[in-house]
Design a protein around this ligand. Structure first.
Ligand code: NDP
Length: 243
């Protein structure tokens, strides 16, 4: 049990990094609000956590829907009295070369990875300011720092995620902490949604090195556990061997 239990909203908590983060933060004694579109998956995870005596709740949320995002956060604050942290993790990675012109997939990545993130800021920031502080944790990517073939649009969204989070840090007063975590290759469902055969094939070479999602969950836990005067701004976590 942590000495400082927090109310933490984790988006994209139905699988991969978000699920691992929700499980770890709940085990550390925080109250975790899990959000994603697949409510059945959230219900199973929440049942596991509450069955183990941990504190969690699950809610269907599409992060591209600003009104729904705000309604969820307002409801959490109304019931729990506060919200202490948002882990903006929901994301999609629909890799393809630009000349494949998969414009609908580009739009979807921008909607989830960028709009989903600034919707979170819009939903939570007013509460953080009113309540006297809070912590934004953005799950960006190595692709926030480098571009590789088939990943131009994905990298653009992750560069945007990095910039949004850094901008928030620069504009915020010291009561608001801001952390960007950039994972390398992590075992999850992320690559399963790639439709372009060439990009899917290339992904298999990247996946020769990968680490479990809990490696990123531990980094989230580390950032949240710091005392109020310590703001961990950036963490990059790669599998050993990933270049
Ligand atoms: P997963 O595909 O396992 O998880 C993605 C999560 O995002 C799911 O829970 C999914 O839930 C949710 N999600 C997708 N679209 C939406 C939406 N519109 N609204 C709400 N939730 C949504 O992949 P990861 O765990 O790997 O990905 C998590 C984050 O980590 C992403 O931002 C990804 O870019 C980033 N990342 C991952 C890396 C990796 O190698 N795995 C490397 C670097 C960064 P549902 O479908 O139920 O809505």
């Amino acid at each position: 049990m942590t000495s400082d239990p927090k109310i933490v909203l984790v988006t994209g908590a139905s699988s991969g990094i978000g699920e691992a983060t929700a499980r770890r933060l709940a085990a550390e004694g925080h109250h975790v609000v899990l959000a994603a579109r697949r409510k059945d998956r959230l219900d199973e995870i929440v049942a596991d956590l509450t069955g183990a005596g941990q504190s969690a709740e699950g809610h269907a949320l599409d992060v591209t829907d600003l009104a729904a995002y705000k309604a969820l956060v307002d409801d959490v604050v109304a019931r729990q009295g506060r919200i202490d942290a948002l882990v903006g993790n929901a994301g999609v990675m629909l890799l393809s070369r630009l000349d494949a012109l998969l414009v609908e997939e580009w739009d979807r990545m921008i909607d989830v990875n960028v709009r989903g993130l600034h919707h979170g800021i819009a939903a939570v920031l007013p509460h953080f300011r009113r309540l006297g502080g809070g912590h934004f944790v953005t799950i960006a990517s190595i692709a926030a720092h480098q571009v590789s073939p088939t990943a131009a649009l994905y990298a653009a969204t992750k560069h945007a995620a990095w910039a949004l989070t850094e901008g928030l840090r620069q504009e915020s007063d010291p009561s608001i902490r801001v952390t960007t975590i950039s994972p390398g290759v992590v075992t999850s469902e992320l690559a399963a949604h790639i439709t372009d055969p060439g990009a899917a094939e290339l992904m298999t070479t990247y996946r020769s090195h990968q680490i479990p999602a809990d490696a990123i969950a531990r980094a989230v836990g580390f950032a949240l556990a710091q005392p109020p005067d310590v703001d961990v701004n950036e963490i990059v976590v790669r599998p050993t061997g990933q270049r």
